[in-house]
Design a protein around this ligand. Sequence first.
Ligand SMILES: Cc1cc2nc3c(=O)[nH]c(=O)nc-3n(C[C@H](O)[C@H](O)[C@H](O)COP(=O)(O)O)c2cc1C
Length: 184
Amino acid sequence: MSKIAIVFHSGYGHTQRVAQAVADGASAELIAIDADGNLPEGGWETLAAADAIVFGSPTYMGGPSWQFKKFADASSKVWFTQGWKDKLFAGFTNSASMTGDKGMTMASLWTLAMQHSGLWISQGLMPANTKASARDAINYVGSYGGLMTQSPSDASPAEMSKGDLETARVFGERIAAVTTSRAA
Ligand SMILES: Cc1cc2nc3c(=O)[nH]c(=O)nc-3n(C[C@H](O)[C@H](O)[C@H](O)COP(=O)(O)O)c2cc1C
């Protein structure tokens, strides 16, 4: 069976909920970057063994959190030997504003995957952008390059959009399908 690992940081639990939804769809293993920017025991080994690596970070000040960036910088050790070359990659980010410069975070996650000579999986969903579209529609945020979700600045993780979480689960299913078909 294909192995998918989701390595993510979440300061206040919102990105964690998105990560869980992606993991549910992808049957993936979660690796949480802690408040000091470090991986748990065995995290690097799990990433080395994965067929697909999914990056997740909240958008803070128009980019990934510093904890995610610390992980990204630490991955330079793997980069030296191109240890993740030709793996599949995907990414997601959550932020408070509907745009909020999430695209900058996604570009950063994509660039990290490219530096590791990876292959990027897009979101693969049409946007819900008609007058009739409800906030809880699939891909209401309307991203293509990866998964973007939005939670108001005063909303708890429990109050996140059901549609965004379902979008995350469906994105996970796509990552699993692409990973499995590649292995076949
Ligand atoms: C330091 C900091 C910077 C932030 N910068 C942005 C931003 O640039 N754009 C935005 O839309 N939201 C921004 N936010 C809001 C967070 O993206 C939002 O609260 C998100 O849900 C946090 O995810 P988390 O609970 O996984 O940490 C920022 C929050 C913090 C704490």
